[in-house]
Design a protein around this ligand. Structure first.
Ligand code: GN1
Ligand code: MG
Length: 358
């Protein structure tokens, strides 16, 4: 008997399965693509209980958002699709075994994911899709969504975690990370600006995806955006979180794992195309103070991502899955290199943003 058989039975999937594939892309959870004998496919996800300590509201958030998107797409005849979660035979969207929580999604066929945007058309499609997510979830009351990972995109909180890690880190890791630690210290205050504005209630609270990277989009076989996937981190948040995360992963031709630093820079053609798509969907709802700070959102999210990778490196890699010894250090350097490129091109970024959003 395979370890997934119990889970399949709980969700009414016929066993024995025809095939099981472990999907490697996520940094946190374990994910499998399975097929029944009749070729119907499902995505099975085991939630990482160290990260998602309380799984029930995580799943509840996902259900609220996916159902809302589904209803809206239907109402507006949109070609976009939403993730469809399966219920267990006990009528729940979640199954608990001895140690973990599991959830299952229907596989969306004839779709692909990408880990880099090769063309501005791809960036435009991605902008439209993530913009549409913000637009469509505007009618969900933030009170119906739980903040499952508190202060997820809050720089002062992430900086405190970093300071704790600094105190406990091994000397060889501190030494290897010295330049990056200096970079963080230099930029920590300026990168806290978005959090300060938020603390003064400067921005509306929206429902945000919070992991709005390119690889969380499904494209159809014409390279048109089809679906936003991975709703694990949907929470109340700022538009800047999703805008920033998308730009970090879409408006550069390198991936998060690139170690050739000369390949890591913000591509302004991709940025322009992304802005065009995102603005098309959100321009009518975004407030001037949100628009004005979109470039700050880009800097903030890239900084947070570098900071989190660096913190995990100092903590001996306890959070993200890693493939080799200095993986988190390389990822941190990658993100800070991208951030430096954004800072070097800030004037152009601000101009492009203004042109598309106002
Ligand atoms: C994690 O596991 P994955 O790839 O969906 C992380 C995100 C990071 C991302 C970096 C819950 O997402 O915040 O942006 O890695 N998710 C969590 O690629 O920490
Ligand atoms: Mg995720």
């Amino acid at each position: 008997m395979h370890k997934l058989d119990n889970i399949c039975e709980a969700f009414g999937i016929e066993t024995p399965l025809k095939s099981i594939e472990t999907l490697q892309s996520g940094h946190i959870n374990d994910t499998y693509l399975v097929a029944q004998q009749n070729d119907e496919k499902f995505i099975i996800q085991k939630l990482n209980s160290l990260v998602f300590k309380d799984a029930k509201p995580v799943i509840a958030n996902k259900i609220v958002v996916s159902k809302h998107l589904h209803a809206n797409y239907k109402k507006t005849n949109s070609h976009y699709q939403s993730v469809n979660y399966l219920k267990t035979t006990q009528n729940a969207y979640i199954f608990q075994d001895e140690t973990c929580y599991w959830n299952v999604m229907q596989f969306i066929p004839n779709a692909i994911t990408m880990d880099r945007a090769e063309t501005p058309e791809i960036a435009f499609e991605a902008g439209k899709l993530y913009g549409d997510f913000i637009l469509n979830t505007e009618s969900i009351s933030p009170e119906s969504i739980t903040e499952t990972l508190k202060d997820f995109h809050n720089v002062p909180f992430r900086f405190t975690q970093f300071e704790t890690a600094l105190k406990l880190a091994k000397s060889n890791r501190l030494e290897a990370a010295a330049d990056l630690i200096a970079f963080v210290k230099k930029h920590a205050t300026s990168m806290s600006a978005l959090a300060s504005l938020q603390a003064k209630n400067h921005f509306p609270i929206r429902i945000t995806h919070n992991d709005a990277k390119l690889s969380n989009i499904l494209f159809d076989n014409q390279n048109k955006g089809l679906a936003v996937i991975d709703l694990d981190t949907v929470m109340p948040g700022l538009v800047h979180y999703d805008f920033g995360d998308s730009v970090r992963s879409i408006c550069t031709k390198s991936t998060e794992d690139e170690t050739d630093l000369s390949e890591i820079y913000i591509d302004l053609k991709l940025y322009e195309a992304y802005c065009k798509g995102f603005a098309l969907k959100t321009k009518s709802i975004l407030k001037p103070e949100e628009i004005e700070n979109l470039p700050l959102g880009v800097q903030t999210i890239i900084f947070i991502m570098g900071l989190r990778f660096l913190t995990d490196y100092l903590n001996n890699d306890i959070y993200y899955k890693t493939a080799y010894e200095n993986h988190n250090l390389d990822r941190a350097l990658n993100q800070f290199t991208l951030l430096q490129s954004v800072l070097d091109n800030l004037e152009s970024i601000e101009l492009i943003t203004k042109q598309h959003f106002t």
